[in-house]
Design a protein around this ligand. Structure first.
Ligand SMILES: Nc1ncnc2c1ncn2[C@@H]1O[C@H](COP(=O)(O)OP(=O)(O)OP(=O)(O)O)[C@@H](O)[C@H]1O
Length: 242
C-alpha cells in the first residue's frame, strides 16, 4: 500500500511562544482508517489543520499525495484541497445556503452539471436523516443536524482523504453509529480517513482502525501498530514534561 500522508519531524508554532506541535513523524497509507485522540488542548485540531492545508508546518516536512506541501506552488493548493474532505469542529456551513445546496457545493465546485448532482445529494440527505430538511438554512437546524450536513458535504465528493474533527460530538449514539457506517462505506471505496475524537466507544467499533495519540503536542503510539518512516518512530513521552 502506498503512503498518502507523511509527516517528518513536523513542528507547528502559532506565535512567538512554545511549539503547539513538536517532532511529529508518521506515515499513513492509502485506504487506512485512523483515529487521533488526546486530551483537550493536546493539539488534535492543529494537526488536522496541517492535514487539510489550513496551516503550514513551522518546520519539518509534510507530504500529501507524495508531494511536499511546503514547497507546493500556491496555484496548486486548491487542487490539493479538493481531494480532501473536511468536517470542521464548528461545521462552517454556508449560512445563506440550504441543506441541499451546502451538500451539493463540492460537486458544483468540481464542475458537475445539475443532472449529476440531484441524485447523490438526495441519497446523502436520506443517509444522514435530513431528507425532509432540504430547504432549511443552517441557522434553523440543530447542532446535530448542522453536523450531519457538514459530514454529508465532506463525503459527497468521495475525497481521497477525509479529515473529521469530533464528527459525532453533537449527535446521539444511534446517529453516531450511522455516521461511522458512512465513514466505513467511504473507506471501503478507498478514502483514507482521519478522525479526531474523544469518543472511545466509537473508536472501538472500527476493528481495523489504527489509533494515534497526542500528548502535549507530541505524538505517542499506544498500539505500536503505526507505520513510521525509518528512524522516525516518536520517543516515549516523559512524565511531567511541560
Ligand atoms: N490559532 C491559534 N493561535 C494560537 N494558539 C492556538 C491556535 N489554535 C490553537 N492554539 C493553541 O494550540 C493548543 C492546541 O489546540 P488544539 O485546538 O489543536 O487542541 P485540541 O487537542 O484539538 O483540543 P480540543 O480537544 O479541546 O479541541 C492549545 O493550547 C491552543 O490554545
Amino acid at each position: 500500500m502506498s503512503t498518502i500522508i507523511q509527516f517528518e519531524n513536523v513542528g507547528l508554532r502559532y506565535g512567538p511562544g512554545a511549539e503547539t506541535l513538536s517532532d511529529i513523524s508518521f506515515s499513513l497509507v492509502t485506504g487506512g482508517f485512523y483515529f487521533l485522540t488526546g486530551t483537550s488542548g493536546a493539539g488534535k485540531t492543529s494537526l488536522l489543520k496541517l492535514l487539510y492545508l489550513a496551516q503550514r508546518p513551522s518546520r519539518g516536512v509534510l507530504r500529501l499525495f507524495g508531494e511536499d506541501v511546503v514547497m507546493l506552488h500556491r496555484s496548486r493548493l486548491p487542487g490539493f484541497r479538493r481531494r480532501i474532505g473536511v468536517v470542521f469542529q464548528d461545521f462552517r456551513l454556508v449560512p445563506h445556503l440550504s441543506t441541499y445546496d451546502n451538500i451539493a457545493l463540492p460537486l458544483r465546485v468540481a464542475g458537475l452539471g445539475e443532472d449529476r448532482i440531484a441524485e447523490p445529494v438526495r441519497e446523502m440527505m436520506e443517509w444522514v436523516g435530513l431528507g425532509d430538511r432540504a430547504d432549511a438554512r443552517p441557522a434553523t437546524l440543530s447542532g446535530g443536524e448542522q453536523q450531519r450536513v457538514a459530514i454529508a458535504r465532506a463525503v459527497i465528493g468521495r475525497p481521497d482523504i477525509l479529515v473529521a474533527d469530533e464528527p459525532t460530538g453533537n449527535v446521539d449514539p444511534d446517529m453516531a453509529q450511522r455516521l461511522i457506517g458512512l465513514f466505513e462505506a467511504l473507506n471501503r471505496l478507498g478514502t483514507t480517513i482521519v478522525i479526531a475524537t474523544h469518543d472511545l466507544p466509537l473508536i472501538s467499533t472500527i476493528a481495523h482502525a489504527q489509533m494515534m495519540r497526542l500528548d502535549k503536542g507530541r505524538l505517542i503510539d499506544p498500539t505500536g501498530s503505526l507505520r513510521y518512516p525509518p528512524g522516525h518512530a516518536p520517543a516515549p513521552v516523559e512524565e511531567g514534561r511541560a
